[in-house]
Design a protein around this ligand. Structure first.
Ligand code: ZN
Length: 250
């Protein structure tokens, strides 16, 4: 995993760096993660602007989406980024997003390489593999925010709606997606029966914002320590805007 993510052992050069590395190592040891390499940027983060508080990271996501939606994007220096990121990564946010090709988080938040750690699965729900990816982002890469990002007209949620309301059974492994999202559909069904798809999309985001911390001790501990916030959002295909759900999981 670390080879693929360009992890290295830390090079500690200052007291501040030492404390940061020690804290990371302590968390990883406490959480039983000592088999994973700690952050590569203990000496110097590859993208210093990405070292943010949770609130500042949320603000950056919001501002990036405003730029994207208005058609005014920053210029990203890919050559410089490539050199800086060759030795490690320090993304400022992790995203649990849908696999839908129309929802591309780097575009949506006007971000560059090394900015966003993205786990994508159709229907943006947290199964064990998604949780493991996000735990890595929190425990090793120290991301200050996780965004659960749904979108309107989501085919995976629509499949779950059809499974719940019409008893549709999908071939292959597609049914497992519908099964995972079905609880959100049933919850939405009791509250918004006339706009079920939209309500289920929102409910699915809310459910997964809540479930990340309940399912993962690593994520919960980071959240309780004030190092991490978990928020939701729904991407609007027509406008490119994200409707953020800023009520963080508790
Ligand atoms: Zn989708």
């Amino acid at each position: 995993m670390c080879d693929a993510m360009s992890c290295q052992q830390p090079k500690v050069t200052s007291r501040r760096d030492f404390l940061r590395a020690t804290t990371a190592l302590s968390l990883m040891t406490t959480a039983g993660l000592s088999g994973l390499s700690p952050v590569a940027w203990a000496a110097s983060p590859p993208k210093p602007d990405n070292v943010l508080t949770p609130d500042a990271a949320i603000q950056r996501l919001m501002e990036g989406n405003q730029r994207y939606a208005s058609g005014v994007r920053l210029r990203h220096n890919f050559t410089h980024d490539r050199a800086a990121l060759a030795g490690g990564q320090n993304p400022y946010a992790a995203i649990l997003g849908c696999a839908d090709s129309r929802v591309a988080p780097e575009y949506t938040f006007d971000a560059g390489r090394g900015d966003l750690f993205i786990a994508r699965v159709a229907g943006n729900f947290a199964n064990d593999d998604m949780l493991g990816s996000l735990e890595y982002a929190v425990a090793v890469l120290n991301v200050p925010v996780i965004l659960v990002l749904g979108h309107d007209r989501c085919g995976a949620v629509d499949a779950a709606v059809k499974a719940v309301t019409q008893g549709t059974h999908f071939p292959g492994h597609i049914q497992s997606l519908a099964n995972a999202i079905a609880p959100a559909v049933k919850q939405a069904q009791s509250q918004h029966p006339t706009q079920l798809l939209d309500a289920a999309i929102t409910q699915n985001v809310q459910d997964n914002v809540a479930s990340l911390s309940t399912q993962s001790a690593i994520i919960r501990q980071a959240q309780q320590a004030g190092k991490l916030k978990i928020i939701g959002g729904v991407y609007r295909l027509d406008t490119g805007k994200v409707d953020f759900q800023l009520k963080t999981a508790s």
